[in-house]
Structure formats: C-alpha cells, structure tokens
Design a protein around this ligand. Structure first.
Ligand SMILES: C[S@@+](CC[C@H](N)C(=O)[O-])C[C@H]1O[C@@H](n2cnc3c(N)ncnc32)[C@H](O)[C@@H]1O
Length: 242
C-alpha cells in the first residue's frame, strides 16, 4: 500500500468539461459534516451491514473504495474480525479525517488518501472490494469495476451499492424528487439545475453510470446477488469473480 501521489483523480468534474464547479474533494470537503450525518442515519446503517455481510469473510483483507467518512468501516471490521484487515480509500481530506477517527479503535483498520480508479493497493493483498454510492461518480465505471476485478482476482468478492431512480411501483412517483436529490448532491450542480432536475432528469447520467458498473461486475462474477432497499432506490449487487 502506498499513500496517494497528489496527481489528479480520474473523476468527471465540471471543471474538466469547461464549466466552473468544485472538484469532488472540494465538494465533499465543504459538506463533510452534513454528509457524515446523512451517511450514518440508522436506516442506512442496516444497508451497510448487509453490504459488509455480502462482501467480507473472517480473515479477509477488504478495500473500501471511496470510503467517505468511514460509515462502512465498523461493519467491515466486524465481518473480517481481528485476523482480517480493512483499508478505506478516498480522495477527500475532511471525510478521511472522520473515517480515520472512526477507524481509530481498531488496529486492523486503516484509511489512505488515494484514487479509487487507480487504487493504491497491490493485487496480492486484496480479497474483496466494497464501493457504496461511488460508482456513479466515475467517467468510465465499467473499466474501474473491471480493474477492481483484477485487483481481487479469481475467487475475490466485490459488492456495489448505489442509488438510482426506481422501477418499483411503490416508489416511482418519487423519481422526480430523486432527480432533484441527485442534482443537489452532485459536485458542480447549482440551484437552477436542482430546480430543473425533475424535468431534465438530471439523474439519468448517474443511472447510466451505475448500470455500466453493474454490467461490468455481472460480466465477471458468479454467485451474484442483487438486493434492493428504500423502495428500489438503493441497489446492492454482489458477486465472486470467476
Ligand atoms: C457519495 S460519497 C459515498 C461515501 C461512502 N462510500 C458512503 O457510503 O458513505 C462518494 C465518495 O466517493 C469519493 N470519491 C469520488 N471519486 C473518488 C475517486 N476517484 N477515488 C476515491 N474516492 C472518490 C468522494 O470523495 C466521496 O467520499
């Protein structure tokens, strides 16, 4: 494992597209407190427990890509036990500080600043990868997930949990609201984009990227399992690399 070189992350920012807007670390750094509060509400903790259950086994080394404030770390630590290891990777300093505090009680949990699209870990040490609410941020999520497949290797496990618009009949009426939420939580989107989001379907890029990440895992994984939460707005896909 190595610390991040400070080179630019491979994430799609509005700056890269010629529009002014904060980068991913700037955006999440600014909202770190609020993000952490949302990330740790009790209902969300249940999804996180299930995701940790699907991906981690006792004694495993698990890497969490885009670990944010570390809300998954205690669940992963519980699953791998004292013999395993958990490594959180993220780009955003203020979120990593929170993750580091959350990891502090455990000798075998570490967080490192790095780019999840070029993970700062070597293949021979990783049994499993977890990524929650991250894949929608990558320009080429299929390639990133494929790279994670190489990282864990045959027999390794990957779990991806993401939010998208829902097909569930009980939740469909809320899709316009979800679109506004997607705009409000996207680096670079302003108030006008949030207001227009339900009509412009701001969330369609997110949904497309999440679909691409899932297809990439489906193409390589066996023992696949897909579960949904929150009226289908949250999907968890897990599997073992063939
Ligand atoms: C919506 S938050 C999710 C955080 C955490 N996984 C959770 O479930 O609470 C997205 C996170 O991905 C991180 N992120 C985005 N692109 C990244 C990249 N290329 N490498 C590492 N972290 C990244 C952001 O800094 C942020 O912490």
């Amino acid at each position: 494992m190595s610390s991040e070189d400070e080179g630019g992350p491979h994430v799609g920012t509005d700056e890269e597209k010629g529009r002014p807007g904060p980068s991913v670390p700037e955006f999440y750094g600014r909202w770190a407190g609020l993000y952490d509060a949302i990330a740790t509400v009790p209902g969300v903790a249940r999804w996180r427990r299930v995701a940790a259950d699907r991906v981690a086994r006792p004694g495993d080394t698990v890497v969490e890509m885009g670990c944010g404030s570390g809300a998954n770390l205690p669940h992963l630590r519980e699953r791998v036990g004292p013999e395993g290891r958990v490594i959180g990777v993220d780009l955003t300093g203020p979120l990593l500080e929170r993750a580091r505090r959350r990891a502090a009680p455990y000798a075998n949990v570490a967080v490192v600043r790095g780019d999840a699209t070029r993970p700062p870990v070597t293949a021979d040490e990783v049994d499993a990868v977890l990524a929650t609410f991250v894949c929608g941020m990558f320009e080429d999520p299929a390639a990133v997930v494929d790279g994670w497949g190489d990282l864990v290797g045959p027999g390794g496990r990957i779990a991806l949990m993401d939010m998208t618009a829902t097909d569930d009949t009980r939740g469909r009426a809320l899709n316009p609201l979800f679109s506004a939420f997607a705009a409000a939580s996207a680096p670079g989107a302003g108030p006008l984009e949030v207001l227009r989001a339900p009509a412009s379907r701001f969330d369609s890029r997110l949904t497309r990227r999440v679909a691409a990440s899932r297809e990439s895992l489906v193409a390589r994984a066996t023992e696949r399992r897909y579960e949904t939460f929150a009226l289908g707005f949250v999907g968890l896909l897990s599997g073992r690399i063939e």
